[in-house]
Design a binder for this molecule. Structure first.
Ligand code: FE2
Ligand code: FE2
Length: 323
């Protein structure tokens, strides 16, 4: 019979579970060969693979602007950033593989449309200012989440996050620098920066996930140290940092209810349009179809690389046997 988190209720299992939870409370990392509840493994595979898919799909909105970057410097920064995101996908697929799922199974889930990835990447990048705004707000929101996940109880995920966060910090800084520059630029540049903030502000808040009361996984994720903060806590941290900076740059935020609350020290926001969020998550966002098509095309066009690698590995193995 399933117990509280869908686990067996026999005494042996309970003993192991108690020891597992005690390790997490002591701040120990859980490593791939260690005993873990099936639900812990399932939640981690779900989160890490979604995260890996988000890094890879996240290359698409920005990649579209590489050939249109206004200067060589901006182009080099953007190429480096998009490459970093591919590397983040690699670390994360590896981390998920340590839990017993294959890379092929994860990619199949993504390409068939079964797996989820971050809602934010289903929005279009309409102007060059979107590239700066994505760095500032989207990577900014991602860092809040990833800094928290760097403390996570699963060793491989936590270590991947430490490396990823170092690079995300650069993504965030270059985006902020770009938007601040345009905010002080010509009227046309200021208008372009403002338009980008207007379009990305709400999706950035949404990408941190549903409110805690609507997030059924939060309790178990916090209990097992996979998350150390809830969606609403992370979102509040993001707003507290970014709202004053955007306003100080002379830009506005598209939320008439946004205000600083002296008592709590927080920037309070107006209602989030969760209908839009769920539409985007369930495949009906402005760019869902294009993103999946682009991934499928890239996968098909990369078939020869996978075949060549397999042929090379087989040749190496044959050579090793011969020696
Ligand atoms: Fe990333
Ligand atoms: Fe990034």
């Amino acid at each position: 019979m399933p117990g509280r988190y869908g686990v067996p209720t026999d005494p042996d299992y309970q003993e192991r579970l108690a020891e597992f939870e005690a390790r997490i409370r002591r701040g120990e990392k859980i490593e791939p060969g260690d005993w873990m509840p099936e639900e812990y493994r399932r939640q981690l595979i779900r989160m890490i693979s979604q995260h890996a898919h988000s890094e890879v799909v996240g290359m698409l909105p920005e990649g579209a602007w590489i050939t249109r970057a206004p200067t060589l410097k901006r182009k080099m920064i953007l190429v480096a950033k998009v490459q970093d995101e591919a590397g983040h996908g690699q670390y994360l697929y590896h981390a998920a593989e340590t839990l017993g799922i294959s890379r092929e199974a994860m990619l199949e889930a993504l390409l068939s449309g079964k797996a989820k990835y971050s809602s934010i990447f289903n929005y279009p990048t309409l102007t060059w200012a979107d590239i700066g705004t994505i760095g500032w707000l989207v990577d900014g929101a991602a860092i809040k989440n990833q800094t928290m996940l760097a403390q996570c109880s699963y060793g491989p995920y936590s270590r991947a996050m430490v490396r990823i966060c170092a690079e995300e910090t650069f993504h965030h800084k270059q985006g902020k620098e770009m938007v601040l520059l345009y905010a002080q630029g010509t009227p046309k540049q200021r208008a372009m920066a403002q338009d980008a903030i207007n379009r990305w502000w709400w999706p950035a808040l949404m990408m941190l996930g549903p409110h805690d009361k609507d997030s059924p996984n939060t309790e178990v994720l916090v209990r097992w140290g996979i998350k150390t903060k809830t969606n609403d806590q992370v979102r509040q941290e993001f707003i507290n940092e970014h709202a004053p900076e955007i306003l100080a740059a002379g830009l506005s935020i598209p939320d008439p209810e946004l205000r600083y609350d002296e008592k709590s020290g927080n920037w309070l926001h107006g209602p989030i349009n969760w209908d839009e969020f769920w539409q985007v998550v369930s495949g009906n966002g402005p760019m869902n179809k294009e993103r999946l098509e682009a991934r499928r095309r890239a996968h098909a066009e990369g078939a020869w690389v996978r075949e060549a690698l397999e042929a090379y590995a087989a040749k190496q193995k044959k050579a090793a046997v011969a020696v």
